[in-house]
Design a protein around this ligand. Structure first.
Ligand SMILES: [Zn+2]
Length: 226
């Protein structure tokens, strides 16, 4: 496994999704198009709002949040007062919603965030739980996906952040292509995880390193399985 794939530092394994700006893993393109086609037959316009994201982009997100330049929120999405938080509280508040650079599943090209283009516009999508349940605009799409995933007929896609495991907040819109993402995850050892942090130009690096093992277990390995 090329380590750069784990860290979001290469696009060699990716292909563009036709008609969009998104890059996805070339080995999942076929199954994604099948899922999308079947969704269309059911009346849904299954669209991607986020696919591959590179290391630099994730680094920017992390550093904006870790330096108080982008709003942090609590578990209920209520704004947090940056100046009142300790460095440890800051990093754990970020990790609930954003991965470390080099530690995001979006680096792999195997994971995507989706919405229903028939009931939502790209601009209106917020990626919040209420959109995917009850009377939310993407609830019917997600109910259909629930049944597909439960019956193993989702062409290999599943939700790694379906339940609240005390790590990353639940994200029903986040799908992962298991055959590939499982292999990538298995290659991603703690020593690689730690080395990446040591070599990254991230804010609050010392605090992150101090908690590296907990972060690896709780926010990286701790995902739902199909
Ligand atoms: Zn996602």
């Amino acid at each position: 496994m090329n380590i750069d794939i784990l860290l979001g530092k290469t696009t060699e394994h990716l292909v563009p999704l036709e008609g969009t700006k998104f890059l996805i893993h070339k080995q999942m393109l076929y199954d994604f198009l099948k899922l999308q086609k079947e969704a269309a037959a059911e009346g849904f316009d299954l669209k991607i709002i986020s696919a591959f994201r590179d290391y630099e982009r994730q680094l920017k997100i992390w550093n904006l949040k870790a330096s108080g330049q982008r709003q942090l929120v609590d578990d209920q999405e209520r704004p947090l007062q940056f100046s009142e938080l300790s460095p440890t509280q800051i990093i754990f508040a970020i990790l609930r919603w954003s991965a470390l650079p080099g530690g995001s599943r979006h680096h792999w090209g195997t994971d995507i965030d989706i919405y229903d283009g028939n009931t939502q516009t790209h601009e209106s999508v917020q990626l919040v739980p209420s959109e995917t349940v009850g009377t939310g605009p993407a609830s019917r799409l997600h109910a259909w996906l629930d049944s597909k995933i439960e019956t193993n007929s989702a062409y290999g896609f599943y939700r790694p952040y379906s339940t609240d495991r005390g790590g990353v907040a639940p994200e029903r819109w986040h799908l992962s292509y298991y055959a590939l993402s499982r292999r990538i995850m298995e290659s991603y050892t703690f020593s690689l995880f730690k080395k990446n942090i040591e070599e990254s130009d991230i804010q609050l690096k010392d605090v992150v390193l101090e908690h590296a093992h907990e972060i690896y277990e709780r926010f990286f390995l701790n995902v739902d399985l199909p």
